[in-house]
Every structure is written in structure tokens, then in C-alpha cells.
Design a protein around this ligand. Structure first.
Ligand code: COI
Length: 355
């Protein structure tokens, strides 16, 4: 028992992949964390067990009504050999915010943090060493009550799995091509857009497949009402440098409050750049490209880190950004954030938590 968590260790440790072979989310470590909720009893039975399949009754509510959510954060092995989590408290707060929106009972923030630190500590040999690789932490909450009525469930399962990962996009730090869609929408005001609800990702698949068939890496969503204002990319938030202003859509309930987004904005403000969290229309972006004021476009996300955008397509028009190369500011954000994560740039903001 550690930190009130019962630990059952595996007797059949798996072979670890080579750092240079790591993709995203295909390998999993030796252990997982689990905890149950029951109405009237609260969250209970915190435990770490060997990684393995879950057994669910076919009537389990999550399988029918998608009362399901997740988080995503990373542990890094610094160049000094120490293991650190990037801004875990922000992820804890977002986990509980999403839980509220999905009528899932929230979890004591200290318990959530301990579930991550204890599991990563146990599987610490799985944290890869190469810069660009990390251990991705995937906390998940699902309704586990076997019941077919439509209402918030009375039983839940919280589990955490770990995956050693490389770059999310096969492009790595090479610019990605993005398709702006106005035929489909991801979220509407008053909906679940700001939640890390599994359903938001299901809603994004159809458009993403269409974009992929046309040679694009991802979809850029517009607002669900006017189909005019920029929202997000679904696996990352989006930012623009237009006439030396850093612009990104505001957190008004339909986009995810990205932790990397927040970190980049903090850096930009610290560096004295002009920063605006404001509505930005797709027309402003396309006009900026035509007039030469659109200097850089990049995405921010835990999985994607900082991902330069080299091409945007909208209504049959294609614009190349910065000659299809990573921009100077995009590179500076990437270098600074990655430097802090791997301990080569001083962590002056208290972003890293050592395990
Ligand atoms: C993340 O960046 O952590 C995400 O959740 C995006 C995606 C892998 C679903």
C-alpha cells in the first residue's frame, strides 16, 4: 500500500520498445491505476494492477450513452535523469471541470495527482530518454453502471494508463497541412466543446477522414453557428502570427482550454509580444495570407506539442504559410517549452513537478 493505493505488481514485465521506434499511443507500460465510484460511498478502492483488459457488462452505461472523458499529460526524463510531469495541476483542474460538465463525480485533486505520480514512479523505467519522446499519461473516466435508462450513472470507473510516445504527427516538427471545414461542425455554444469528452473526438472523425483522403493531416473547425470564426484543430489549439500580433480564439466554451495553449500565451506575454485572445474569422486569415501579413500558423497541444502549419485550404483555395517552413516564433516557442520539459531551460514558472 502506497499513498492509500494497493499495489499488485506484474510478474511478467513486458519488453520495452526502443526510443527511436516510438510512435504515438501504440505501446503500454506494465501497470495501470484503477478506482471505483459508487453512489453513497464515493471514490474507493484505489489500486494499481498489472496492465490488462477491463471486463464490462454489455449494459454498461458508457457503451450506450458515451458518459466518458479523458485527460492527456506527459512525463519527461530530463537530461539530468530526473522524471518530471508538465503542469499536472492544470490537468487535474481540467479533469474535474470536464467531469462536472458530464455529470461525473469529481475526484479529490490530491488523489488524482497521486494516481499519476505513483503509477509513473512504479513504471519509471518506461519513461523514454530521447528528446522528442515522453511517457504519455491517459487518465480516463467512464460510467460503469449496468443500466439502460438515460440519466447520470451511479457507478464510475477511473483508470490511468501510460504509453511511451514519440511525435503525434508523422510529420514530427515539419509543417502540417490543414483543411478548414465549413460543412461539418465540432461544437456549438452551450454544448460540450470545452470538455475533454470522448464524444467530441467521435464527432470529429468523419470530417477528419474526408480531409485525410484529400491529403490533409487535420481539420480546422469553424464556429458551429456562423461557420466563420476559427475554433480549434480537435487535437490541438491553433494560433496565428498576423502583422506581429499573436492571435488565438478565446476560451468561450466551445474549444478546449489547452495547457500548452496557456503556456505559449504566458511565454508570448513574458516576451512582450502583442497577444490577443479574440475572435478571428477565417476571412481575416485568408486575407492576411493574400496580403502577406499572415506570418506564421501553429498548433499547440499536449500530444502535438507545437506543430507548425505549412498550408491551409478553405473553399478550394490553398495558402502556403511562411513558404511551408516552420516560423521563427513557432521555433522559439517549441525550443523554450521543450527545453523546460527536458530540464535544459530553467523552469522559472514552476511548471514541472519532479517525481
Ligand atoms: C492531447 O494532446 O493530449 C490530446 O488529448 C489530443 C489527442 C491525442 C486526443
Amino acid at each position: 500500500m502506497t499513498n492509500g493505493i494497493t499495489i499488485t505488481r506484474t510478474t511478467t514485465a513486458k519488453p520495452k520498445p526502443k526510443d527511436s521506434d516510438l510512435a504515438f499511443g501504440t505501446e503500454f507500460t506494465d501497470h495501470m491505476f484503477l478506482m471505483d465510484y459508487e453512489e453513497g460511498k464515493g471514490w474507493k478502492d484505489a489500486r494499481i494492477e498489472p496492465y490488462g483488459p477491463l471486463s464490462l457488462d454489455p449494459a454498461t452505461a458508457v457503451l450506450h450513452y458515451a458518459q466518458s472523458m479523458f485527460e492527456g499529460l506527459k512525463a519527461f526524463r530530463g537530461q539530468d535523469g530526473k522524471i518530471r510531469l508538465f503542469r499536472p495541476q492544470k490537468h487535474v483542474a481540467r479533469l474535474n471541470r470536464t467531469a462536472q460538465l458530464l455529470c461525473i463525480p469529481t475526484i479529490d485533486p490530491d488523489v488524482v495527482l497521486k494516481s499519476w505520480t505513483t503509477l509513473v514512479d512504479l513504471d519509471r523505467e518506461w519513461v523514454p530518454r530521447m528528446v522528442g519522446t515522453s511517457l504519455y499519461i491517459r487518465p480516463t473516466l467512464i460510467a460503469s453502471e449496468p443500466f439502460l435508462g438515460v440519466r447520470p450513472a451511479k457507478q464510475y470507473l477511473y483508470f490511468v494508463i501510460l504509453s511511451p510516445v514519440g511525435a503525434y504527427y508523422p510529420e514530427g516538427l515539419n509543417p502540417v497541412k490543414i483543411m478548414v471545414v465549413d460543412k461539418y461542425v465540432r461544437a456549438v455554444p452551450g454544448g460540450l466543446g470545452e470538455a475533454k469528452a470522448s464524444a467530441n473526438y467521435a464527432a470529429s472523425l468523419y470530417a477528419a477522414e474526408e480531409a485525410k483522403h484529400e491529403g490533409f493531416t487535420q481539420v480546422l473547425w469553424l464556429d458551429g453557428v456562423h461557420r466563420k470564426h476559427i475554433e480549434e484543430v480537435g487535437t490541438m489549439n491553433i494560433m496565428f502570427r498576423i502583422a506581429d500580433e499573436v492571435v488565438t480564439p478565446p476560451l468561450h466554451g466551445t474549444i478546449l482550454a489547452g495547457v500548452t495553449r496557456d503556456s505559449v500565451l504566458a511565454l508570448a506575454r513574458e516576451w512582450g509580444l502583442r497577444v490577443s485572445e479574440r475572435e478571428i474569422s477565417i476571412d481575416e486569415v485568408m486575407d492576411g495570407a493574400k496580403q502577406g501579413t499572415l506570418q506564421e500558423v501553429w498548433g499547440t497541444g499536449t500530444a502535438a506539442v507545437i506543430s507548425p502549419v505549412g498550408e491551409l485550404a478553405y473553399k478550394g483555395q490553398r495558402v502556403v504559410v511562411n513558404g511551408g517552413r516552420i516560423g521563427e516564433l513557432t521555433q522559439k516557442f517549441y525550443d523554450t517549452i521543450v527545453g523546460v520539459q527536458y530540464g535544459t531551460t530553467p523552469d522559472t514558472r514552476g511548471w514541472m513537478l519532479e517525481i
